[in-house]
Write a protein that binds this ligand. Structure first.
Ligand code: THU
Length: 132
């Protein structure tokens, strides 16, 4: 897979929408659903640091509130191609459990890693655990 992949390009471009004045660490995410729509997100930081929201959750929450539900792929672009934080892993496990996750190093977009949430968050707690 290369930069010509539309989902990867969308994640790389989404980095430019990041509002990260405190960390200066810009992250872009793009999620693909079964209607073939791509929804993007970028991290948005707050002066009250803990209120900041990661790119992955922005993308997922945007897509969900547009009525999109079945996600097949999630691409995340950052310097170094970092994996999602714990909070994002939980949200991915609940709302995008089947998505292939592609991690892209924005400094070298040909350098990608693919994974699934089962690998990043084994034995996730989900709504299934709430049903007796
Ligand atoms: N961040 C993300 O948006 N996604 C990740 O996968 C890791 C971290 C953001 C949160 C914060 O705005 C900045 O990167 C530094 O932690």
């Amino acid at each position: 897979m290369s930069k010509a992949n539309p989902l990867i390009e969308a994640a790389l471009n989404a980095r430019h929408q990041a509002l990260a004045p405190y960390s200066k660490f810009k992250v872009g995410a793009a999620i693909l659903d079964d209607t073939k729509q791509i929804t993007i997100g970028a991290n948005v930081e707050s002066a009250s640091y803990g209120l900041s929201c990661c790119a992955e959750r922005v993308a997922i929450f945007k897509a969900l509130t547009e009525g999109l539900t079945d996600f097949s792929a999630l691409a995340i672009a950052s310097e170094g191609g970092v994996a999602p934080c714990g909070a994002c892993r939980q949200v991915i496990a609940e709302y995008a459990a089947n998505a292939t996750i592609t991690l892209i190093d924005s400094n070298d977009p040909t350098s990608i890693k693919q994974t699934k949430i089962d690998e990043l968050l084994p034995s996730a707690f989900t709504s299934k655990n709430l049903s007796p």
